[in-house]
Design a protein around this ligand. Structure first.
Ligand code: GLN
Length: 309
C-alpha cells in the first residue's frame, strides 16, 4: 500500500488535525456571492505520485471552485497553439503586484508581466478564444483528459456571478485591447476566462491532473505527452516565480516548490520527479492565497524534504 510509505496517510491526517488548531485571520473570498457561501471549515489534502497512486485526507473528493488554478491548464493549451510567439504578448516576470492589478499595464503598453496574473490569463484566454470555435468546451475536455474523468463541470452560478462582478477583469481586457493585445471580442474573451475560473474539481482530481508537470510533460499514468519537456520546465519556472502572486518569493523561501493558488482556497504544488500536492481550505490571506493550504503544503514539504532548492 502506497500510503504506508513514510506513513504518508498518517502524516496527512496529523497535518489536518494540526491545521484545524492553527490560528489565522483568513477570510473566504467574497468578491462574488457564490464563493462567499462555501463553508470556511472545508479542509483537504491529496498527494498524487508518478506511479499513479493517490493518498489523501479530509474533503479530498469534494469539488470546489478552481479559480486561478485554471490558469495553468489554459497556459499549457496556449503554449501548444502559439509556441514562442506567445511570449511576445505576455512576459515571464513576477509582477510584485496583486493578482488583479491594472497599474503596470498602461506603462508596459498592454503586455502583462506574466500569464498567471489576471491580465496575463486574459491574454491566454484570448489565444484560446481566437483559435477554437468552442473554446470553453475544448478547455473542459483538456482538463477531463488530464484528470481521467468526465465528471468535471463548470458551476453555472459561479460563472454568472463572475460575469456580473467582473468589472475589473473587463477593464484589464479593454485596456489591453486598446494596445491591440486582445484579438477577439472582449466579451467572448471574458466569457472564456470566467468559465474556466468557474470549473470545479476536487483535490484528488487536481493532484492527478497536474502530474505531467512533475514528469517533464508526460502524463506518467497514460504515457501521453501533454506538452514538451521545455514547456513543462517553463510552466514550472513561471509557477515558481509568480504562481503565488505577490507571495511567490516567500513561498519559494519557505516551501521551495512551483505552485499555483486560486481564490477558491486551492493550492497545487509540483514536486518534480515525485508528484503533486493539492490542498483546499477556503479562508484567504491578503494576497488571495489560502492560509491553511499554505500551512499544509509547507509542513508536508518540510517533513519530506521536498524543496527543489
Ligand atoms: N476569478 C478570479 C478573478 O478573476 C480568479 C482570481 C484568482 O483565483 N486569484 O478575480
Amino acid at each position: 500500500n502506497f500510503c504506508a510509505i513514510d506513513n504518508l496517510q498518517g502524516r496527512l491526517q496529523t497535518l489536518l488535525r494540526d491545521a484545524r488548531q492553527e490560528q489565522h485571520d483568513g477570510k473566504v473570498a467574497n468578491y462574488i456571492p457564490a464563493l462567499a457561501e462555501v463553508p470556511a471549515d472545508k479542509l483537504a489534502i491529496a498527494v498524487a505520485t508518478l506511479d499513479g497512486n493517490i493518498c489523501a485526507a479530509g474533503d479530498s473528493t469534494e469539488p470546489f471552485s478552481i479559480q486561478s488554478l485554471s490558469k495553468m491548464y489554459a497556459l499549457v493549451m496556449a503554449m501548444q497553439l502559439q509556441g514562442d510567439a506567445l511570449w511576445q504578448r505576455v512576459r515571464m516576470e513576477p509582477s510584485g503586484q496583486p493578482f488583479n492589478s491594472i497599474v503596470q499595464l498602461e506603462w508596459e503598453r498592454g503586455i502583462p508581466r506574466n500569464p498567471v496574473i489576471n491580465a496575463g490569463a486574459i491574454v491566454v484566454s484570448d489565444v484560446l478564444t481566437s483559435h477554437y470555435s468552442a473554446s470553453k468546451n475544448t478547455f473542459l475536455m483538456f482538463i477531463r483528459r488530464l484528470a481521467q474523468t468526465e465528471q468535471i463541470f463548470a458551476n453555472a452560478k459561479v460563472y454568472a456571478s463572475e460575469q456580473q462582478h467582473g468589472s475589473r477583469n473587463a477593464a484589464l481586457a479593454y485596456l489591453m485591447k486598446s494596445f491591440d493585445n486582445i484579438k477577439s471580442d472582449v466579451p467572448a474573451v471574458l466569457a472564456q476566462y470566467f468559465h474556466q475560473c468557474s470549473v470545479e474539481m476536487s483535490c484528488q482530481q487536481l493532484a492527478r491532473s497536474w502530474l505531467f508537470l512533475a514528469n517533464r510533460g508526460v502524463d506518467p499514468v497514460t504515457d501521453q505527452q501533454i506538452c514538451s519537456r521545455k514547456d513543462a520546465q517553463r510552466v514550472n519556472a513561471i509557477l515558481s516565480t509568480s504562481g503565488m502572486y505577490d507571495q511567490s518569493g516567500e513561498f519559494a523561501f519557505t516551501v521551495g516548490l512551483p505552485a499555483k493558488s486560486g481564490v477558491g482556497g486551492g493550492i497545487v504544488a509540483i514536486v518534480p520527479n515525485y508528484g503533486v500536492i493539492a490542498s483546499w481550505s477556503p479562508p484567504l490571506n491578503s494576497f488571495g492565497n489560502s492560509c491553511l493550504s499554505m500551512y499544509l503544503i509547507h509542513r508536508l514539504a518540510e517533513e519530506l524534504g521536498l524543496s527543489v532548492y
